[in-house]
Design a protein around this ligand. Structure first.
Ligand code: E4P
Length: 219
């Protein structure tokens, strides 16, 4: 399973990259705003900076919602770097644009997906990735993991090549459960990825090993 980091923060992207477990980056307009990135030139330059850190795919989201504008914004983003994947919202014009991008060899990430029917449409349009938002579903008492399982079943039934990119991942167990269910990718904040490191027996075991070593060495 691939690990993407869900942030526009360059320091955090670098930290995940240096851990050696980073396969790509996802961003969205809220994450860009959180870093204070606004204005077309700044946005484009920021994506270039992200592409210079990671070896993997970088999802750059369009803010347009009409077909012609999505195409022109998406083509500009895609021309920035070969790592760019154009992130397109799950709306009618978005699906039409994903079909167009697919025919031109431009890779896409269909975002804001909350149902298996939406995921089916994204795959039929030729999306490279589909992003079901598991955390936001859990927030409203739906079952985010059930959606991952349903999409996996549907894609496997028909051999769709669209990769399931579980998004809105908020906990380490979201990551583990996505791995069990066969999601192709998870995207999560750095804090959630690094929380996979933690286990109390690892911490206490390490303390004991170091204490015993000191004792034996007479330190
Ligand atoms: C997906 O690509 C989104 O950027 C993201 O995962 C949304 O996460 P949130 O629901 O925690 O904002």
């Amino acid at each position: 399973m691939k690990f993407f980091i869900d942030t526009a923060n360059l320091q955090q992207i670098l930290e995940a990259h240096e851990m050696g477990v980073l396969d790509g980056v996802t961003t969205n307009p809220s994450l860009m705003a959180k870093e204070g990135i606004s204005g077309q030139q700044h946005v484009l330059a920021h994506y270039q900076s992200i592409c210079s850190i990671t070896d993997g795919d970088v999802s750059a989201e369009v803010i347009s919602t009409s077909y012609d504008e999505i195409i022109s914004e998406g083509e500009e983003l895609a021309s920035l770097h070969s790592k760019i994947v154009v992130k397109v919202p799950m709306i009618k014009d978005g699906i039409k644009a994903i079909r167009y991008f697919s025919s031109k060899g431009i890779r896409t990430n269909c975002t804001l997906v909350f149902s298996s029917g939406q995921a089916l449409l994204a795959a039929k349009a030729g999306a490279t990735y589909v992003s079901p938002f598991v955390g936001r579903l859990d927030d409203i008492s739906y079952d985010g993991m059930q959606l991952i399982s349903d999409i996996r079943l549907i894609y496997d039934n028909y051999g769709y090549q669209t990769q399931i990119l579980a998004a809105s991942v908020r906990t380490p167990m979201h990551i583990v459960n996505c791995a069990k269910l066969g999601a192709d990718v998870i995207t999560a904040p750095l804090s959630v990825i690094t929380s996979l490191l933690n286990h109390p027996l690892t911490a206490s075991g390490l303390s004991q090993f170091l204490a015993d070593h000191k004792k034996a060495a007479g330190l």
